[in-house]
Ligand binder design. Structure first.
Ligand code: MIG
Length: 724
């Protein structure tokens, strides 16, 4: 194995992503080709050239790799495209763009990790806080071109036998991920548009009346008083603290949203304190920078300053004091509707156009002046941070903003709710933010293609250490069909974050909003999530402690063959292969089985296991129930469902075991069951806590077990159910 190498060009700005000190390679002289000479000269990849335009006004550093035709390129975390990133361009520049269409190159995260997989695996991580572009065989099919938009950067490289070893080494480099509380693995309902306490209570009651499990409700911007952070609209929420308490009595949680922008309003304490403490980012003249988001004009806290993080982090106490144990940080790319200069320019253009005969060019230019007002690069160039003793434009450190906001929240919670794990999500992220929170994948749409995207994105998020993640189930924008929601739930019951969320103005998509039949189907699916929950939590803890991927592409487990090209089946942990249905009007799907595996079909109360041979097979997959394949020799625990995590118990456990259909020989099934108290932070420092569960089946059918003392039952592909 080769060790991680650390290269430095120029005088880079720290990102905070790297937690391990890796000694620097001798100074890198791009033009002499140091990096090229150091790169391996065999397959899969050769660093062909490294060039730079350091003396230009917009300097760039460019690395070019030759790709062999069969090399796969993995990584890039939260972005569009396939699991294999070839054939596309990608941009790391945290962007609030709610239209995740195929022509886009950037989403909310900036995750500059690439692993090229051929005969060996080559890792490249660009530790840089500004824009980076990746042309992965798009312009020239056999070339990977990485362009760093700056004159200085740190670069980490390593090569090893397999991609898995590279990802593990990378995770060690960036540190342990955020560990959510166990209740964060429950089912959450959300909707932008719940207006009042009454709305939340109605949702809670509907779930109860329909016997659908509910762990909590996300509370979107309308709970605030005119979109001001750390306020509550008392007209709609006369007793917020009381409400939070009532939910908690039912073991349910409210998760309010916090936005990055602080409303400019005389007398509003967050604004007044921010001004007094000099906490806001500046414009080029040194005054607090003015931009507009939800509340109208806002200032942005300068989260890159430790003092500002501590100040803003303390404000989460406002919510913690009312019983809140989880939050979601939104709009922290940061999203900007317009700034003063941008808006004035567009208005001037409109005035100029008045009375003019607008032709094809001027008509579209006028429209574009307004349509293009949001999130302009010019705004980020005007925003000035104070970071590590210098004044630096947001553009140069753009990708750090959301992460530092979320670090502030994490530290605020750690201080005011000590030793209790909070649920924290952030929309924007940079590599390294996985230490402080999970992410949701942003404003997707109620489209089948976005369900497919969700499936493909989960492994890449694992690669970056974002283990606690998931998509808006059912889709955020647009209108969900009953079928789409249920198919999406069949996948999302496996993602650590399971949240149904929808945008204002879209069709209601709570699980009971379609037909009585669909209510029953969705109840069943969400109930199955709770049967799986201890297993999911165990796999999560395992990935946490072992720096492993929670979701993996098939290519990592079955390299080389056809399986390595598949991106609508993924592995969960070491034993489970997920095979979601991701298109409309299907009653099943074709599955590729790289080896013999057993199909597990779950209902709310029962399960069947069926052995399959290797190869391509069509499996019926009805819209009710949950199915997946289990690798032979493995077993996984299933518990009895409950209406929330507080109601779960391990006293009765059904093991789904994959023995195949050959019962003649002695076989042993095993499972390492990780668990902890599910809530305190310090238990993680004790190291992994687990129980080795083992069932040996003799050729005469007799069973020997090493299990804890609860009631167990084993379900396998053949023979009667064995109660242990
Ligand atoms: O511009 O708070 O991604 O989940 O519902 C929209 C309203 C702002 C974007 C988030 C979405 C949330 C919405 N927010």
């Amino acid at each position: 194995m080769n060790h991680m190498k650390h290269w430095r060009i120029g005088n880079p700005i720290t990102t905070g992503a790297i937690q391990t000190d890796i000694p620097l390679q001798p100074k890198l002289d791009l033009l002499s080709g140091d990096l090229i000479q150091s790169a391996p000269k065999k397959s899969p990849s050769t660093l062909d050239s490294a060039t730079s335009t350091l003396d230009s006004a917009t300097p760039t550093i460019t690395l070019t790799y030759a790709l062999a035709p069969t090399d796969q390129v993995l990584g890039l975390g939260q972005n569009l495209g396939g699991i294999n990133k070839r054939g596309r361009t990608y941009t790391s520049y945290c962007t609030d763009d709610p239209h995740h269409t195929e022509d886009k190159t950037a989403l909310y995260g900036a995750h500059n990790l690439i692993v090229i997989v051929g005969e060996t695996a080559e890792l490249i991580y660009i530790d840089f806080p500004g824009a980076v572009t990746f042309d992965v065989g798009f312009t020239v099919p056999d070339r990977l071109t990485i362009t760093v938009h700056g004159d200085s950067t740190d670069i980490y490289t390593m090569s090893d036998k397999s991609a898995s070893l590279c990802f593990q080494a990378f995770r060690k480099l960036i540190g342990k991920p955020y560990m959510p509380p166990k209740w964060a693995f429950g089912y959450f309902q959300s909707r932008w548009g719940y207006k009042s306490e009454q709305d939340l209570l109605t949702v809670q009651k509907q779930f109860a009346d329909n016997q659908i499990p509910l762990e909590g409700i996300y509370v979107d911007i309308d709970y605030m008083e005119r979109f001001k952070d750390f306020t509550v609209d008392t007209a709609n929420y006369p007793d917020f603290k009381g409400l939070v308490g009532r939910f908690k009595q039912s073991h349910q949680y409210l998760i309010p949203i916090i936005d990055a922008g602080v409303k400019i309003e005389k007398g509003y304490p967050v604004y007044e304190e921010g001004l007094k403490g000099d906490h806001f980012v500046m414009d080029p003249s040194g005054k607090p920078y003015v931009a507009a988001v939800w509340p109208g004009r806002v200032h942005f806290p300068d989260f890159l300053r430790p003092e500002t993080r501590a100040w803003f982090g303390d404000w989460y106490r406002y919510l913690i004091d009312q019983g809140i144990e989880g939050i979601w940080n939104d709009m922290n790319e940061p999203a900007i509707f317009y700034d003063e200069v941008g808006l004035a320019g567009a208005i001037d253009k409109a005035i100029e156009s008045k009375g003019k005969n607008l032709d094809i060019d001027s008509y579209f230019a006028l429209g574009d002046a307004f349509k293009g007002l949001s999130n302009q690069e010019a705004y980020y160039k005007r925003m000035q941070h104070r970071y590590e003793g210098q004044v630096v434009s947001n553009h140069k450190v753009h990708n750090l903003y959301g992460s530092f906001m979320t670090q502030s929240a994490f530290e605020g919670f750690a201080k005011h709710l000590p030793n209790r794990r909070p649920l924290i999500l952030s929309r924007a992220s940079h590599t390294g933010m996985h230490k402080y929170s999970g992410i949701w994948t942003g404003d997707n749409s109620s489209w089948w293609s976005h369900l497919a995207l969700n499936v493909r994105m989960m492994p890449s998020l694992s690669m970056m250490g974002f283990l606690y993640s998931g998509a808006d189930t059912g889709g955020f924008g647009g209108h969900a069909s009953a079928e789409l929601l249920s198919r999406w739930l069949q996948f999302s019951v496996f993602t650590p974050l399971l949240r149904n969320h929808a945008a204002l103005g879209t069709r209601a998509q709570e699980p009971y909003e379609f037909s009585p039949d669909h209510t029953a189907i969705n109840r069943q699916l969400i109930s199955i999530r709770y049967r799986l929950l201890p297993f999911l939590y165990s796999e999560f803890l395992k990935a946490y402690h072992e720096d492993a991927l929670l979701f993996k592409p098939l290519s990592l487990v079955f390299p080389g063959g056809r399986a390595s090209q598949i991106d609508d089946q993924i592995m969960l942990g070491d034993s489970v292969m997920l095979v979601p249905v991701i298109s409309a009007n299907q009653t099943g799907r074709i599955v590729h089985l790289p080896e013999p595996m057993d199909l597990v079909c779950l209902t709310e109360t029962g399960e069947t296991v069926t052995a399959y041979k290797a190869g391509d097979v069509y499996i019926p997959y009805p819209i009710s129930g949950v199915q997946f394949f289990l690798r032979q020799g493995h077993m996984i625990p299933l518990v009895q469902t409950a209406l929330n995590t507080a109601g779960l118990s391990k006293s009765v456990v059904t093991w789904a075991g994959a023995l195949g259909d050959d019962a003649k020989t002695t076989k042993t099934l095993g499972y390492t069951w990780y668990d902890d108290d599910g809530i305190s932070q310090d238990v993680l420092e004790l190291g992994p806590q687990y129980e080795q569960c083992q069932i040996a089946i003799q050729s005469d059918g007799s069973v020997q077990t090493k299990l804890n003392d609860s009631k167990h039952q084993l379900v396998t592909a053949h023979g009667p159910k064995r109660v242990l």
